[in-house]
Design a protein around this ligand. Structure first.
Ligand SMILES: [Zn+2]
Ligand SMILES: [Zn+2]
Length: 186
């Protein structure tokens, strides 16, 4: 197994950071990841960074806007894993996109997995295991015969008190399946 190419942040130090310091740590990590990518692709532009993602997605490479978006709530709740995994994950998308023919590559295809393994020394994972309960407005998972449904806390409590909900596609009753677990890193 490879060793992570970027230094692992000190979790005790991360735990006590206030919001501005936390944001600075994220920018610093993006900078480190970007510098590492420049070693294999010196012309790689520096991505802008936004902390404006909500819901279950931890991060997103936004090529139209020219940068990386991150989920501030999931970051604050999962500081170490976020810096160690999510930042390289999105930076790997950023790198691939700027390689010749990179836009033809599948999002988590061979090229992306190779960058994660060989350059960042990380296991390429496409989903995170963060608890999205507070980050998602609809954390309660219900299922019918055909798909999964996401309920808000309000709908969930009505269902718990006996209100019946049906799927408008298969007309089956919706059955509670637990709280939403991890989401996509994207
Ligand atoms: Zn259904
Ligand atoms: Zn991804």
């Amino acid at each position: 197994m490879n060793r992570p190419a970027l230094p692992t942040p000190d979790p005790a130090r991360l735990a006590v950071l206030d919001e501005p310091a936390l944001l600075a740590a994220l920018h610093e990590r993006v900078e480190d990841a970007w510098r590492l990518c420049r070693e294999v692709h010196p012309g790689l532009p520096r991505p802008e960074v936004w902390c404006d993602l909500r819901g279950k997605c931890a991060g997103q490479a936004h090529f139209g806007r020219g940068g990386l978006r991150f989920n501030p709530l999931l970051y604050a709740e999962n500081r170490l894993d976020f810096l160690v995994e999510v930042v390289p994950h999105e930076m790997a998308h950023w790198l691939i996109h700027h390689l010749e023919d990179g836009q033809l590559a599948r999002p988590h295809g061979r090229e992306w997995r190779t960058v994660m393994r060989r350059l960042f020394g990380l296991e390429p994972r496409t989903t995170h295991r963060f608890d999205t309960g507070r980050a998602s407005p609809t954390p309660y998972r219900y299922a019918c015969g055909c798909r999964e449904h996401a309920f808000t806390a309000r709908r969930h409590s009505l269902a718990r008190r006996g209100r019946r909900y049906r799927c408008r596609h298969c007309m089956g009753d919706l059955v509670y399946g637990g709280r939403g677990g991890g989401g996509d890193t994207t």
